[in-house]
Ligand binder design. Structure first.
Ligand SMILES: Cc1cc2nc3c(=O)[nH]c(=O)nc-3n(C[C@H](O)[C@H](O)[C@H](O)COP(=O)(O)OP(=O)(O)OC[C@H]3O[C@@H](n4cnc5c(N)ncnc54)[C@H](O)[C@@H]3O)c2cc1C
Length: 439
């Protein structure tokens, strides 16, 4: 029998704070991209209001559970990346554990084998055939000096296609580790090689988690004059000539420009009613299943999957994220673009098998958090679009004074570095737009 649906009644929400009716720039979203945009614009003397639907931080937030500090899945800060540069040029030196070591566990057929990297280890690498070992030595020596732009427009599979099969799998393991991307047939080789180069310059696990980076960026933006407001979910952004109307519950803010830094292109489209074009430069979103394990003891050693796209890394005590004497390990399964993580219980079991192969037992575990599917980045640079240069730019909406920023935007960097670079770029561009409409 057909049932009549009750018409949906929507009422505008009343916010606990009164927003300014008028400002120069509204930044929507207070993750890495939004805070970098706010900082860059406020430094140009622009009045900036940042609105976030939740607490500032987005995917760079950190929560506390049973004495452990948990990022949104295992996070590493690239020391020579754009986010580090924004912080250090403003006098903030992130403190944390620097990931070092020339040994990794390589997981094949369910068994983790110790592999020593570097020139001497290469020649005894137990997971590569002798012929592949020499080729790998040559490839690893080439990567740091490689002109990565020359690889743009080729897929990772195409780039590594002449290498023996075992060496391809071995290289893909390190590409996954540094990019989080498991899409060799789509991912741009130039972007992949560039990120390998960046990873070789070192990564850091910040003490206290990524929330400390967010707190630093927020502090810098506020010092420069920006106002950051949480729990203010923006419902629409409407461009009208040289003004933009931003609606939040029963309030509205009029601005000269807006930067939408709400994560991915879909939210930007929903807020503005305008779809982002030029999306053929991106793969589907890059996602992962994660398992955080708080351990009663310290566990050491990174494990990388060679025949399956998985990773395990001890984040504490290297970084200060666990109670004294205990350890925190992140386990992750890289999903291919569009791949479903499967049933939560099966997915958790698969991740725990990786931990078991690394020598961790159920008895070691004092805290556990499984996250079934997390979006790591809203698309990786696709070879089909020409790589990094083919990603949508900050003006991708084509709405003049409504710009976008995030880990899917702009020609520089991957992951949080792309968010920081596009955020900074959008903030500077928005400041120029504001100056133009003021004069
Ligand atoms: C498991 C995992 C591991 C990762 N590892 C790394 C790593 O090792 N290194 C690295 O560099 N990067 C890593 N990343 C990626 C990194 O976390 C992201 O690229 C970065 O944090 C994205 O920042 P963003 O500001 O672009 O977006 P987000 O962090 O998604 O921020 C968007 C913000 O917008 C807000 N928002 C959304 N809609 C609205 C609305 N309507 N109104 C107001 N506010 C709104 C949200 O609340 C959120 O705060 C990882 C991510 C994951 C999930």
């Amino acid at each position: 029998m057909h049932q009549e649906q009750e018409p949906e009644v929507t009422t505008a929400r009343t916010l606990p704070v009164t927003l300014p009716a008028d400002t120069d720039l509204v930044v929507v979203g207070a993750g890495i991209a939004g805070l970098c945009a706010a900082l860059a614009a406020a430094e140009q003397g622009v009045r900036v209001v940042v609105l976030d639907a939740h607490q500032p931080g987005g995917r760079a937030a950190t929560i506390s559970r049973d004495g452990f500090l948990l990022n949104v899945g295992p996070h590493a800060l690239y020391r020579a990346g754009h986010l580090s540069r924004v912080l250090t040029t403003h006098g903030v030196q992130p403190a944390g554990g620097v990931v070092s070591g020339t040994t990794v566990g390589v997981l094949r057929n369910g068994v983790a084998q110790r592999v020593v990297l570097g020139p001497i280890g290469v020649l005894r690498n137990p997971v590569l055939r002798p012929k592949s070992r020499l080729r790998m030595a040559a490839l690893f020596a080439r990567v740091p000096r490689m002109k990565t732009a020359a690889l743009a427009g080729r897929t990772v599979s195409d780039w590594l296609g002449d290498e023996p099969d075992d060496l391809q799998r071995f290289m893909e393991m390190f590409i996954r580790l540094s990019t989080y991307t498991h899409a060799p047939d789509q991912f741009d080789a130039g972007a992949a090689a560039g990120q390998l180069q960046l990873a070789l310059k070192g990564v850091l696990y910040p003490h206290g988690g990524w929330a400390t980076l967010v707190a630093s960026l927020r502090g810098l933006a506020e010092q420069a004059g920006a106002t950051v407001i949480g729990h203010a979910e923006v419902e629409s952004v409407t461009a009208d000539g040289d003004r933009v109307e931003v609606r939040v519950g029963d309030q509205r803010v009029m601005a000269r420009a807006t930067v939408i830094a709400t994560g991915g292109p879909d939210t930007a489209a929903r807020l503005t009613g305008t779809a982002v074009d030029a999306r053929n430069g991106l793969t589907e979103p890059i996602a992962a299943s994660c398992l955080d394990l708080g351990l009663r003891r310290v566990h050491e050693g990174i494990v990388l999957g060679m025949d399956q796209p998985v990773y395990l890394s001890p984040h504490a005590p290297l970084a200060d994220l666990a109670p004294a004497g205990q350890g925190l390990v992140g386990v992750l399964r890289y999903l291919s673009p569009g791949e479903s993580p499967g049933e939560p219980a099966a997915s958790r079991a698969l991740l725990f098998d990786v931990a078991r192969a690394a020598g961790i037992t159920e008895d070691d575990v004092v805290m556990e958090r499984a996250m079934h599917r997390l979006v790591v980045a809203h698309g990786a640079p696709a070879a089909a679009g020409g790589g990094l240069a083919g990603r949508p730019n900050i003006e991708a909406l084509g709405l003049g004074n409504v710009l976008v920023a995030g880990d899917w935007v702009g020609p520089s960097g991957l992951l949080a570095d792309a968010s920081a670079a596009s955020g900074e770029n959008a903030g500077q561009a928005a400041a120029k737009l504001c100056a133009r409409t003021r004069s």
